[in-house]
Write a protein that binds this ligand. Sequence first.
Ligand SMILES: [Mg+2]
Length: 220
Amino acid sequence: MFRTVSRSPICIDIDNTVADTDTVMRHLMRAVSAGRVDLDHEDVICYEYWKCRDARGNRLTSEEWKKVVSDFHTEGLLDAQPYEDVVPQLERLKDVFEVHLVTSRDSASAPLTRSWLSQHGIPHDFVHFVRHGEKHRLPIGFSYAVDDDREQAYAFYAIGVPAIVVSQPWNHLDRHSPIERLSGWKTIATRMIERPPPRNGAVLRSPPDADPPSGHARPS
Ligand SMILES: [Mg+2]
């Protein structure tokens, strides 16, 4: 089969990048803890939810966290809503790039994940399930990566793949970070389409809201 137009592959994360997983996770945390742990979005200041404390200083136990993760992968993920503009903006990107959705969700959730993508009409070419923090190891030669995981973005940058971090409370960047941190899918898609990918070694300007290094804990 021949393709008439070659589109460069790009790597797009799903959770908290395409899907508003955060809202679902905080709901599951309230449910599993019987209301004991009640996080606001801004309370999630590190990637590991179980380490985050709510306004009363409460956080999940390890057993509660395991239940949250299990509930998410068995049916909770279906409750996530796509972020605003995801569908039209991924459609724009798909005209230019080959869109690879790459997730570190449990591969057992693949059928539900594919159902969710279909249900919401999320434009894409491929879906991959990989281990956490190993998206950059896929032998695909991505020309861009978009993720809410700051460390994953740095891993891409280290191998020469420009990365954009979707702005979330847990992924503030150093002012001099070579990674871009952007809000809103229209802004992200426009950045990727209208400006050529910066290569490794190029120091990009940080967005105005970038904060100094915070020492936040990183994903497991
Ligand atoms: Mg994510």
